[in-house]
Design a binder for this molecule. Structure first.
Ligand code: M6R
Length: 612
């Protein structure tokens, strides 16, 4: 939920830290701060607000130094404000810490430290860390030993970067359940929450694992196990990212760029994974568990937010075409259920764009504990969930920066369709059906371009609705989860109240809200539930409700029922969500832009939800 970055090397740290913070800002943006070290002096600057405010505050001030750490915050403990902004330090301003995660036992530690005379300056959980480190430094420990001792007392999650005035030229870093990557360049090191802050300097990285501690100076680094102090020889990875993937380019917002990237994203998720003649999907990441998958009787799909909506679509796909009993659970609730899992015949499949979502990760851990096979559909290569699951499939759609998830969703649906072919062909799916789905998948990118070509018209429709305060989204079967997703997109970036639900449920309650001021967004392609959806539209019409409908190209019938119609090309019913979600993403985007909202960084949210 927060972004952290540190630099040590031969260049001035400040511009590198600031650039890193700008790239990590999607992770949290209610306050920001940094510390730059020059010999035995350090300068700390912190602000409430975004990274631009931090740059403004530094202004013409010369912040010199070759080492520093920085933070962009999404508040958990303590209101967003300068005193709660990181880096935090001890009373003597010797030890400085940036932290992403939550110290769950901070109250207890704080009380004990206060009894020893320690004074706290902030309301944060983080502040106990520099105080603890300072205590151990005073007792004679080196910085790395003091950090290790302090972290052993902490319960919770963390990625931390620490510097100390009394031990200059060194960054100590450690992680437990929050991501941390170390970028290695020529005599310089950048350590950050994610590669976007690293790739412009080097593509060589090391991913720190849980329980590892790194000591970095300008000449090198040593990584060891926090508990045993054993030195570890870590593997260098080469990041695939192209820097332009993390830039907005000609687009006004990352969200718009990512919406328009979807034809390419779907192509990338499909690349090399379809055997057209055999009507089969090749999923290399599942090879090692193929036999186990053949024996599955039930699959549990678990995810949060947009990924959860993708899982709901996947449930329809897998049941209808793979003949596999499928259960979907929102990750934050999975832990409260006493789900009965049979390790012989059941598996858990989690979906996550970031691969770092705390609730989803917790579900993986819970499933593993129960001895069940864990699988992942993950976008961020090398992320914690990708590493924790037994096997999985990468989305391969490049970084998604906009907080509102778009291309990850269509890619998740694409991968779920591939998985449906794969599991279906292991079971009773016919060659003809396998081939049919494969062909329809191949045709999707061109159809996506056709939908995107209507963006100007969708903008005009959005303009009409900017004063609307409520929206209800409906769909059936495959497009019921799309209704949920459309409503989520609108509320999260425009702050307009929107709900989604199954069209069949309308008359069981929501219909009461409908009048001329309460519009309905209906997803009604010509599929197996088309007629039933038409009846729902008629019910809305009879209550003077205004209807925007997403329909199949050439459907002249539906235009009689709706005020606005947006057409999508015909495709296989199970793939319609990949097309029907696009106008909903664009609609939400344009409404938010026309309302002057901060589309890429909606209030109160963050891209990567690494707290529970
Ligand atoms: O990184 P993940 O896919 O695990 O994230 C899950 C949700 O936090 C995410 O989809 C969230 O709902 C998005 N902001 C929705 O646009």
């Amino acid at each position: 939920m927060c972004g952290i970055v540190g630099y040590i090397g031969n260049r001035q740290a400040y511009p590198i830290l600031l650039d890193g913070l700008r790239r990590l800002e999607y992770r949290g943006y209610d306050s920001a701060g940094l510390v730059v070290e020059k010999g035995n002096t350090v300068t700390r600057v912190r602000v409430q607000g975004k990274v631009a405010e931090l740059a403004k505050k530094v202004g013409a001030q010369v912040l010199e130094g070759f080492c520093g750490i920085a933070h962009t915050r999404w508040a958990t403990h303590g209101v967003p404000g300068e005193v709660n902004a990181h880096p935090h330090c001890d009373e003597e301003q010797d030890v400085f810490v940036v932290h992403n995660g939550i110290v769950e036992n901070h109250e207890l530690i704080k009380r004990e430290l206060q009894q020893e005379g320690c004074k706290f300056a902030s309301e944060t959980d983080t502040e106990v860390i520099p105080h603890l480190i300072k205590k151990f430094l005073t007792e004679g420990a080196s910085l790395e030993v003091a950090v290790g001792k302090a972290l052993k007392l902490i319960k919770g999650t963390y990625a931390v970067l620490v510097i100390a005035k009394s031990d200059p030229g060194k960054i100590v870093a450690a992680r437990q359940s929050s991501p941390l990557r170390l970028g290695i360049a020529e005599k310089e090191f950048i350590i950050a929450s994610d590669p976007s802050a690293i790739v412009s300097h080097t593509k060589k990285i090391i991913t720190l694992a849980d329980g590892e501690l790194a000591v970095i100076n300008k000449d090198g680094y040593v990584i060891s196990e926090l508990q045993s102090d054993t030195i570890i020889d870590k593997k260098l990875e080469e990041i695939e990212w192209d820097m332009s993937e993390a830039e907005k380019g000609e687009y006004e917002h990352f969200m718009l760029k990512e919406i328009f990237e979807q034809p390419e994203a779907v192509k990338n998720s499909l690349r090399g994974r379809l055997l057209f003649d055999e009507g089969m999907a090749v999923l290399g990441g599942l090879k090692q568990v193929e036999d186990k998958l053949r024996k599955l009787k039930r699959l549990h799909l678990i995810a949060c937010g947009t990924a959860y909506h993708a899982a709901l679509v996947g449930e329809y796909m897998l049941e209808e075409y793979a003949g596999l009993s499928t259960e979907v659970c929102v990750a934050s609730e999975f832990r409260y259920r006493k789900t009965i899992l049979d390790p012989e015949t059941e598996a858990v499949l989690v979906l996550s764009q970031s691969g770092e979502t705390a609730d989803t990760l917790a579900a993986v851990k819970e499933a593993k504990q129960k001895g069940v096979l864990t699988l992942g559909i993950v976008n961020a290569v090398g992320s914690t969930i990708a590493q924790e699951t037994d096997a999985g499939v990468y989305n391969h759609v490049g970084p998604e920066i906009g907080v509102a998830s778009t291309k990850a969703f269509t890619s998740q649906l694409t991968v779920l369709a591939l998985l449906t072919i794969f599991l279906g062909r292991q079971r009773d799916m016919s060659l003809v059906m396998g081939k049919r789905i494969a062909e329809e998948l191949r045709a999707l990118p061109v159809k996506l371009e056709k939908v995107l070509a209507q963006s100007e018209r969708i903008r005009e429709i959005a303009q009409y609705y900017i004063k609307t305060t409520n929206f209800y989204y409906i769909g059936r079967k495959y497009n019921f989860p799309v209704a949920l997703e459309g409503a989520l997109k609108l509320k999260e970036i425009s702050y307009i109240h929107a709900e989604g639900g199954p069209a069949g449920e309308l008359k069981h309650g929501p219909l009461a809200m409908i009048d001329k001021n309460f519009p309905i967004m209906a997803i009604v392609p010509q599929d197996s539930v088309y007629e039933k959806n038409l009846s729902n539209l008629a019910e809305v019409k009879a209550r003077n409700g205004r209807i925007i409908v997403l329909a199949t190209e050439g459907d002249s019938e539906i235009t009689k029922l709706a005020e606005e119609v947006i057409f999508i090309p015909k495709t296989l019913e199970m793939l319609t969500p990949i097309l029907s979600v696009i106008p909903l993403q664009l609609f939400a985007y344009y409404v938010a832009v026309l309302l002057s909202k901060d589309v890429d960084k909606p209030r109160n949210l963050a891209k990567s939800v690494t707290v529970e």
